[in-house]
Unconditional design. Structure first.
Length: 359
């Protein structure tokens, strides 16, 4: 069987951590030096100039909220002359540290690794995904892996940069590496569909959908439901930005909340913005994009916590769960080392209607 898609080479949790660490030797993160607006809601904004955003992956449905914010003028309403969305794959750490990005979409493992290893001056200020989408993907008539116990005796395809994270899954479930075989793979799931492996480390909103769309009945073992509930698609920035550009960041968060509310309410339109406009040059599959957009809206972005506290909120309990997940991957941090929810707290205090807007 031929490869399902060469474009499935997406970012992984630890892919560019080494690059980010080396970037610490570069100049300190540059301050945006913005002129504050009168309020973070964007009303009577005096102007924040430009904002550089590093995306974690290509411009597909994964960033539907950003596309809505662009299309519906939320960035402009918030006081920005321009918001640039630079596609990945990237964890954003290197760009933030070098000062080429003001904000980056990433994940707790990637950011936590550089914070723990080198004291990188980075903080997660919110999270689009309340659950991470990592999964062990298998075929229902093959490995049919739906519980951690099902991993035993199986061949599991794991990308090199995801090995530590997979081992954390094993540790979280009391499984020894000797009880299965780890097979090095890349990001294309062909080894799974070809029968070379029984399971394949993947994304619920990516490979799981593309393999199913190719006619296979799939089974999943989601990390978030099996001992590793860390947050992903995190909104990350620098300590410098938090200290010196608070109003600018708050204005950005307001625009993002509005954009992601639209994405949750109309995931099919969010997918269309990806495959027809922002990712038009990527030859995205419309059906797969729609399926991915619906799945992330229903399963990852919205939760009981976001309905109560607002989109992007990371409760103390979820912060602690994330820290525990990182510990399983050998990353030792405290919540204060990794998270700063003060900006989001101020945004919702100053704009209480946004919680209802997001609900």
């Amino acid at each position: 069987m031929t490869s399902l898609s060469s474009r499935i080479v997406r970012r992984s949790a630890m892919a560019v951590a080494a690059v980010a660490v080396s970037a610490l030797a570069l100049s300190a993160c540059a301050s945006g030096g913005s002129t504050p607006a009168e309020s973070s809601s964007g009303d009577a904004a005096e102007g924040f100039g430009t904002l550089a955003v590093q995306l974690s992956w290509i411009k597909n449905e994964e960033f539907a909220g950003d596309f809505f914010a662009m299309e519906n003028g939320y960035y402009t309403d918030a006081g920005f002359d321009e918001v640039t969305l630079t596609p990945g794959p990237s964890t954003g750490a290197a760009e933030l540290i070098s000062g080429t990005a003001d904000v980056a979409f990433s994940d707790a493992v990637s950011i936590g690794s550089v914070v723990a290893a080198e004291g990188a001056p980075l903080k997660i200020i919110g999270s689009v995904y309340q659950k991470n989408p990592f999964t062990i993907l298998s075929l229902a008539d093959g490995g049919n892996i739906t519980t951690p116990e099902d991993l035993k005796g199986k061949k599991i395809g794991v990308q090199d940069s995801n090995t530590a994270l997979f081992k954390a899954l094993l540790a979280a479930n009391g499984i020894d590496e000797s009880e299965l075989e780890i097979v090095p793979v890349q990001y294309d799931p062909a080894p799974l569909t070809n029968g070379e492996v029984d399971g394949f480390m993947a994304y619920l909103t990516n490979e799981s959908i593309t393999v199913a769309a190719a006619g296979f009945e799939v089974a999943n073992l989601p990390f978030a439901d099996n001992g590793l509930p860390f947050v992903a698609e995190t909104i990350t920035t620098t300590d410098d930005m938090i200290a010196n550009d608070r109003e600018k960041l708050k204005a950005y968060l307001v625009a993002e909340i509005k954009g992601w509310t639209d994405a949750v309410n109309d995931p099919e339109e969010g997918a269309r913005l990806a495959y027809e406009i922002y990712g038009a040059d990527l030859d995205l599959n419309p059906e797969n994009s729609i399926a991915g957009s619906i799945a992330q809206s229903e399963e990852l972005v919205v939760s009981a916590d976001t309905e109560e506290f607002g989109l992007f909120w990371i409760t103390p309990e979820l912060q602690e769960a994330t820290i525990a997940s990182l510990a399983g991957a050998g990353i030792t941090l405290t919540p204060a080392d990794l998270f700063d929810l003060s900006l989001l707290e101020e945004v919702y205090a100053e704009n209480p209607d946004l919680i209802a807007y997001a609900g």
